[in-house]
Design a protein around this ligand. Sequence first.
Ligand code: CP
Ligand code: NVA
Length: 314
Amino acid sequence: MFVNSLRNRDLLSIADLSVEELRSLIDLSFKLKELYYNGLKYLNILNGKIVALIFEKHSTRTRISLQVAIEQIGGRSLYLSSQELQLARGEPIKDTARVLDRYVDGVAARVYSHKSLLELAEYAKIPVINALSDFEHPLQALADVMTILEFKKDMKKVKVAFVGDGRDNVAHSLMLAVTMLGGSIYIATPVGYEPDARLYNIAKEYAEKSGGYIAIVRDPVEAVKDADVIYTDVWVSMGQETERDKRIKDLKEYQVNKELVAYAKNDYIFMHCLPAHRGEEVTEDVIESPNSVVWQQAENRLHTAKAAIASILR
Ligand code: CP
Ligand code: NVA
């Protein structure tokens, strides 16, 4: 039932997973969701193991889904705001890593710089899980592909349109996961907001192997035309607040609104990792429309977090 090969492994990027591992994690998430709805909400998989959750930034879904997931599968979690750790007073990450190693069984961290995660992972022997960095958000992508499969069944027939900031952490992980599973993804983004070139090339390789497709386009209509999934994320991510005015100006043609979604298939689903900024990247009528699956998508964070934590820390 568990993805045995993930035991004691780090999960910093979707690219850390093989296709089989990604598929198995999603299968396991579906099984755990079924158990949850059949009254098996509490399982003893972790046998009291303790996971430290280090957060440099705010969080609602990631923090709560991780804490609840860990508790529901028989573990315990310690929420540690980085502000309250000696980290905030300049203690090096590498020192923190080697201390944590001796106390807890695993660590999930939400950081400003992806480099911090790499350093944590290098120095900690315990598994390190990315709870969002400026570069990737793999736990989100697990819930995203689970949600797409719930609604659309066959990834190979799915066209995803990601509209907005193509360098976004959520977009990065999503494009890797979708192409790995054989789906197509069109990223509609302005000049200067293209995905990281290295990750884009990895996604392109995945697409070549899986029969999927990836393209960067300028015109949101081209991306959204006949799409099965329309996905967007905030224009100003955490840590980019000083660029706010420029980003709003650069991205304003990339709003997901009624006019744009009219080009998608009738049964398209609207997705957003949340939190959403209504009136910026998406309008109220789209996020509140019957096509919007954002609440189910948010719920799936819990089931996929359980699958990942159980497989890594069991
Ligand atoms: N989607 C997501 O990661 O939300 P939080 O920032 O609330 O954790
Ligand atoms: N791109 C957003 C995602 C939040 C879940 C951010 O990094 O702020």
